[in-house]
Design a protein. Structure first.
Lengths: 113, 118
């Protein structure tokens, strides 16, 4: 899996958009970008994933640069419940090798009232 | 969506005793389950991978005789911490892989079990 780099922490005002960056300069052509988050004392929660096109779902938007070397997770209207550690993970999708997800240190997002 | 449960959510045990943690996939068959451990302010660390009906594969540095994993059915895996010590106190999280192939992601995570060894 390609290495990812994320800022250790970020603050965001409640109601504003939270933009969480991730660098993955060594990403391979068949590797997807996944985002998970972990609220304190809970298991990780899937947010979104993408290959090269921008993606949007009910939780967030994922913007992937054209060269795919970086991406940004956007929470359009952050709430206090979005305070969590956000993990950017790069890996091959539908991995028949049955490998586990590997978590880095992530970004601790603190949404301020 | 796919749901994974863990039981218990919290457990306190005395040093030297054994503790069993259950991980269940509630609405899908999990051919593979993963066990992670997370210490305070740290990221999740993979402990082992278990495949239904076969022996678990442990990550380097994880003692297989101390952390017993049983994946006897397609919906249940158990982790037994044997002869627990205070340094085993941690947050244990399981995840399950949908054997049919997840629609949007392959792994679904349980809510975690907080183990405290006194």
């Amino acid at each position: 899996d390609a290495k990812t780099t994320q800022p250790p922490s970020m603050d965001c005002a409640e109601g504003r958009a939270a933009n969480l960056p991730c660098n993955h300069s060594t990403i391979s052509g068949n590797e997807y970008v996944y985002w998970y988050r972990q609220i304190h004392s809970q298991g990780p929660q899937y947010i979104i994933h993408g290959l090269k096109n921008n993606e949007t779902n009910e939780m967030a938007s994922l913007i992937i640069t054209e060269d795919r070397k970086s991406s940004t997770l956007i929470l359009p209207h952050a709430t206090l419940r979005d305070t969590a550690v956000y993990y950017c993970i790069v890996r091959v999708a539908m991995d028949t090798g049955r490998r586990a997800l590997t978590f880095g240190s992530g970004t601790r997002l603190q949404v301020q009232p | 969506g796919a749901v994974v449960s863990q039981h218990p959510s919290r457990v306190i045990c005395k040093s030297g005793t054994s503790v069993k943690i259950e991980c269940r996939s509630l609405d899908f068959q999990a051919t593979t389950m993963f066990w992670y451990r997370q210490f305070p302010k740290q990221s999740l660390m993979l402990m082992a991978t278990s495949n239904e009906g076969s022996k678990a594969t442990y990550e380097q540095g994880v003692e297989k005789d101390k952390f017993l994993i049983n994946h006897a059915s397609l919906t249940l895996s158990t982790l037994t911490v044997t002869s627990a010590h205070p340094e085993d106190s941690s947050f244990y999280i399981c995840s399950a892989r949908d054997g049919a192939g997840g629609a949007r992601n392959e792994q679904y995570f349980g809510p975690g079990t907080r183990l405290t060894v006194t």
